[in-house]
Design a protein around this ligand. Sequence first.
Ligand code: IVH
Length: 681
Amino acid sequence: MIDEIKSKIDTLTTELKEHNYRYYILAEPVISDREFDKMLKELEVLEKQYPEFAHPDSPTRVVGGAVTNNFVNKKHIRPMLSLANTYTEQELRDFDERVKKLAGTKIQYVCELKFDGFAIGLTYKKGKLVQALTRGDGISGDDVTENVKTIRTIPHQLIGNFPDEFEIRGEIFMHRKAFERMNEERIKNGEDPFANPRNSAAGTIKMKESSEVAKRPLDCFLYHFIGDENLFETHYQSLNAAKSWGLKVNDAARICNSIDEVWKFIKQWDKDRKNLSFETDGVVIKVNSLQLQHEIGYTAKNPRWAIAFKFETERVETKLISVDFQVGRTGAITPVANLEPVLILGTSVKRASLHNQDIIDQLDVRVGDTVFVEKGGEIIPKIVGVNISKRPLGTENLKFPENCPECNSLLLKNEDEAAHYCPNEDNCPPQIKGKLIHFVSRKAMNIDSIGDETIDLLWENELVKDFSDFYSLQFEDICGLSKKNFNEINGKEKNISLREKSAQNIIAGIVKSKNSTFRNVLFGLGIRYVGETVSKKLASYFNNIDNLAKASTDDLLKVDEIGERIAESVVKWFKNPQNLIIIEKLKKAGLNFESNENSQNALSGKLMGKSFVVSGVFTNFSRDGIKETIEKNGGKNIGSISSKTDFVLAGQNMGPAKLEKAKELGIKIISENDFIEMINE
Ligand code: IVH
């Protein structure tokens, strides 16, 4: 019995840590907040009864996240805590009772919307934004200042009568419309869409390149002032003051003089939240008096003076009719459930993703089952459980196919990945079609006259089998082509045909695409893990396709920010003779396989032929900025120090391991000022 309890505590601790990692670090949660809280409660109860088995770093004691490796890690001036969650009116009233016991009978609360985003702490000194830290593990977080500075609604300079120095915490998020637009764009460019606005905001703020962050439409609401304690009497006053300094505070915040008023606020917003331009997953209730907040205090993880009330996500029951196994562009197989149509949040839902084998096994879902379907923040509805009491007799476990449903190849699964995939990347039809769609997309060859339906048409008429076939298409081949297309969403058939004008536009688009830069062509080739940014780095490092094709894994690892996974994927791609034939044909068609970017935007050639490893933080440049300056002056950025490195450019907080290695190899270590002198000489 005791052994069982200990092992239950161990399992819950490990699983909750894993879910925390998925939520905070990967931004890809696989269970709902409600399920997480249920597990956490169970662990809390067990730990109370058997404290001797509790782990010192138990998720009941430590706030979820951990810092990621890409940014400088800094300590919070005060721990960045999370809030305890409530789900029922009774739990909310219990909170009110607890507060009253600690702080007297007449309590004033402030109710605010709970923004479903990514927590951030902004520090302002003399009105200037000087630092933005993520929550991290609650004690220290990642310094994402440069990325946060790209958010237009966060002022770099305050106005009015602001204090000399303070921190204000808030939530970075993405508006629904902006999120949908961004996802449409991603799909068009052959990239995977984000599951919901929260994930996309979290994923964006942790991107390495601030210039990429700037392209994503993020916003931020601020809700927690931390500074001179004598400045305000109430939290509400601090919100109004922050507004007057130019900071963005949400207008829904209200003072409530009783828990009944709080409940009214919650019920009202539960109805009205559909009309908001952003996602809210609940209401946050805070004691208004700052003096009382101080007296009521904190637990190890949460303030006792505040609580979150979480809205129900809409959950409905329906029948699982069948499961399709779809093959994506990268060969990943996604099981998709076909459901008896059901209305959720006003839209009819017929299909839901089952993600992968692990999720199917976890749910033990079977064809014929009555399943629970949820559509919370997610765009794609999710099956979250099975109503076992309604399971008909004779159902069978759902088996993942062993062979590809499209080309019959034996499916593979890497141990450390959840997805099965079809390895037949050169001949499996959906994979080839996916690659063709990616090739013509805007950030690759930008042939906007060719859409997905045209690709289908060209494919079915066997006119295009690989990228090079686009360049031998003639007007006469395509004018008048037609086919019937079945629209899955409205169940109607549509006739698609290429008229004269469309055929002319396609040919013109193909001809124009020959002007695309080498980096865009490289991106268009669809080499696994070679996205837009990696293409840019490879193109400018290797200058032309022949150098890149010859490069070994070690050569590739020298390129700034290229790791083993990417390097191996590139080498593998160029080893495939079929790909080399395509490159030859594309060369003959006149595509650009030579980089002339360095000379185009060059500031000078002062660093020509010199290679740099950049490390640490700089005063006059952002990290991206200093790397760009190196390239614009003819130099090269490389990822790791080797005997071929010319300079290590050392900023503050440079990693000791790098410093040691540079010294060991006798590589010249220069400061930011030395660098400035070098380029100004
Ligand atoms: S106050 C010390 N107010 O939800 C308490 N938090 O699940 C500081 N959140 O950690 C938090 N909207 O990241 C507060 N209006 C709001 C919020 C809010 C969203 C986030 C915040 C918090 C998490 C708790």
